[in-house]
Design a protein around this ligand. Structure first.
Ligand code: 13P
Length: 257
């Protein structure tokens, strides 16, 4: 059974005022949605504590956007998994393409971060996805396979079972150019097949989210695909109205396996 998950990645946007607005809108739908779909919000680090307060008792999950691979240490400006856990996080995004690009995060480092998250009892949302050039060259399958393999080798089937994957084609992020449901489904099925080579039960249980210009008006068709188990939403999660509409669309997905 895979429970649909809709997670909002605020990136480096937002404020306390926006938290109150968006969480207010989510509370209106998440009571209903929580029966069939799970909702999570991943704001920037300074907003985690106020978000945790606003989310208390709502059933809506809290997530961070990054963590350091080490448990603690002299790493100025970094944040550990234990700190995130203490701040009330259930999830942490690792390997987002913006961090792979801006911070030169390698496949190996992403795998270490996923392992660090699991050590602290956090659920890593592991992002994979090809860029426009790689897709133009027909290399999308090879790229996501390589990115997933690095995490799989580090965590094994048992660790993968405790992760969420997110397929985020770089060319669809923030561009308004969503992958078609068929394009996304093709990669999701491919990722699940690769997981299945390690362990069929694990593969059937791991949630694979789609991310890249998910909006209220395209969410339903994406969620209708058999291997799309929810969404990692960027820009649209900054509007209470739009994010709530995507969460409501996820209710239509119901439970599947
Ligand atoms: P957009 O929804 O703004 O395209 O961002 C997607 C994303 O990167 C989520 O992590």
């Amino acid at each position: 059974m895979r429970r649909t998950l809709v997670a909002g990645n605020w990136k480096m946007f937002g404020s306390r005022a926006l938290l109150a607005e968006v969480i207010g809108a989510l509370r209106d739908v998440a009571g209903e949605a929580s029966k069939v779909a799970e909702v999570a919000l991943c704001p920037p680090f300074p907003l985690l504590a106020p978000a945790a307060e606003l989310l208390a008792g709502s059933g809506i999950g809290l997530g961070a956007q990054n963590l350091h691979a080490a448990a603690q240490g002299a790493h100025t400006g970094e944040v550990s998994g234990a700190m995130l856990r203490e701040a009330g996080c259930r999830y942490v995004i690792v390997g987002h393409s913006e961090r792979r690009r801006d911070c030169a995060e390698s496949d190996a480092l992403v795998a270490e971060k996923a392992a660090a998250a699991l050590r602290e009892g956090l659920c890593p949302i592991v992002c994979v996805g090809e860029d426009a050039g790689e897709r133009a060259a027909g290399r999308q399958f090879a790229v996501v396979e390589r990115q997933l393999a690095a995490v799989g080798e580090r965590l094994g089937a048992e660790g993968l079972a405790a992760c969420v994957l997110a397929y985020e084609p770089v060319w669809a992020i923030g561009t308004g150019r969503t992958a078609t449901p068929a394009q996304a489904q093709e990669i999701h099925a491919f990722l699940r097949a690769r997981l299945g080579e390690r362990d069929a039960t694990m593969a059937a249980g791991v949630r694979i989210l789609y991310g890249g210009s998910v909006k209220a008006d395209n969410a339903r068709e994406l969620f209708a695909q058999p291997d799309i188990d929810g969404a990692l939403v960027g820009g649209a999660s900054l509007s209470g109205h739009d994010f709530a509409a995507i969460c409501t669309a996820a209710e239509g997905k119901r439970w599947n396996n």
